[in-house]
Design a protein around this ligand. Structure first.
Ligand code: GDP
Ligand code: MN
Length: 389
């Protein structure tokens, strides 16, 4: 789960990371009031969306007057900000962060991720921070520092100082950078994060280090024990179909193809997507209806998959163990009765009660396209696609 920059900064401030003074505004008047209260002569207006690369898309602007603060806020709020990370349709901006601007000497990168290969939180740092860090990582990987943290010891002081020195800090700034690393690590560990990033970590004109941008991503499976983080969730930033699906206990992830998938089991769902791709189709989603898929669950699965206007055919692939094919078949027939489903539906049933399931579908009179196995199902759904488009 992602949170906004202003929320991440608030969180990190609590851990002792220096962040600029600022507050979030929902409209032009708010923004002007906040800028006046902050004081100073220059302010930064920053679009709050769950995507990076805002600087490149016009979502970060330095204002030199209250009028400019108003103007930039007006331009950003209500607009669809397109950045290298949003896709062409962009993201609707509903709030901006107004901060006191500072003069930057140099921008650094400091991040932490869980490295699945070593199973350790790993610090990633670079002296080449700022808006082109992705470019640096690609073209000049030697400029990216990596340091794994031993979970039994935690992030050790000597590691922080070593990283800080390699980032090019000297004197008092080594200690300051080390303190920020420790704080970021504690926040990461305490809150079950998957990623924490400060970019830029800026060396500013008063000689101190400050986190000018911050981003954190949290493990959805740990949210049950992180109430404070769960409260920061912004449903507007998430795919509405995914939000609805999670409410129904369905595991749904939207993709950009046109073959809808309704499958039981995450592994089978992955295999189904692979089979569709193998036959030159493109899955529109990942959807795992889970073990005990009731007719209601099947109905909800159809409703959610069909909310995606790109879906031209649907492949239902059930390998029933705990599930029972006859119940699934009843759910399918019910969904056809309740919903106005116009796209071709290919069904592959296997496992428990399969001999009872198939006759239910045949007797229903609905034009289900039956498949014998996964490969047959993928072939048929892609063929149906050609007929449908
Ligand atoms: P991102 O593009 O979404 O990562 O947004 P950032 O918050 O990182 O902002 C992009 C760039 O704007 C930074 O790399 C800085 O160069 C610049 N920037 C951000 N805050 C300030 C500030 O307070 N003062 C100045 N002068 N520039 C800033
Ligand atoms: Mn940034």
């Amino acid at each position: 789960m992602n949170i906004h920059e202003y929320q991440t900064k608030e969180l990190l401030r609590g851990y002792g990371v220096a962040v600029p003074e600022g507050r979030v505004a929902h409209n032009v008047d708010n923004a002007a009031t906040i800028a006046e209260e902050l004081g100073g002569e220059r302010w930064v207006v920053k679009a709050q969306i769950h995507a990076g690369g805002r600087g490149k898309g016009g979502g970060v602007k330095v204002a030199s007057s209250i009028d400019e603060v108003k103007q930039f806020t007006d331009e950003m709020i209500g607009s669809h900000l397109v950045t290298p990370q949003t896709g062409a349709e962009g993201r609707l901006v509903q709030r901006v962060l107004i901060e006191q601007a500072c003069a930057i000497n140099k921008e650094f990168y400091l991040g932490m991720v869980i490295d699945r290969a070593t199973q350790r939180i790993t610090v990633i740092a670079s002296a080449s921070g700022g808006m082109n860090i992705e470019e640096v990582a690609k073209t000049d990987p030697d400029r990216v520092i990596r340091e794994a943290v031993d979970p039994a010891i935690g992030l050790a002081g000597f590691q922080c100082r070593k990283i800080a020195a390699r980032m090019g800090f000297a004197g008092k700034q080594i200690g300051e950078a080390a303190k920020i690393m420790q704080a970021l690590y504690r926040a990461f560990r305490d809150k079950d994060a998957l990623l924490a990033e400060i970019n830029p970590l800026a060396d500013i004109d008063d000689g101190h280090l400050m986190a000018l941008d911050a981003k954190m991503n949290f493990d959805g499976n740990a949210l049950y024990r992180r109430k404070d983080i769960t409260e920061l969730r912004d449903f507007d930033e998430e795919d509405s179909k995914e939000v609805e699906a999670s409410g129904h206990g369905l595991n749904y992830i939207a993709l950009d193809g046109n073959v809808g998938c309704i499958v039981n089991g995450a592994g089978l769902a992955m295999a189904t997507m692979d089979a569709i791709s193998f036959h030159n189709g493109k899955p529109a989603n990942f959807l795992d209806v889970g073990g005990g898929a009731s007719p209601e669950k099947v109905g909800n699965a159809f409703r959610i998959v069909l909310q995606d206007p790109n879906v031209k055919t649907i492949l239902v692939n059930i390998f029933a163990g705990i599930n029972r094919c006859d119940w699934i078949a009843e759910g399918l027939v019910q969904a056809m009765r309740d919903q106005d489903i116009k796209v071709p539906i290919v069904v592959r049933l296997a496992g428990t009660n399969v001999e009872k399931g198939a006759p239910i579908l045949e007797a229903s009179g609905f034009p289900f396209i039956m498949a014998d196995n996964l490969d047959d199902a993928a072939t048929k759904v892609v063929a149906a696609l050609e007929g449908a488009t």
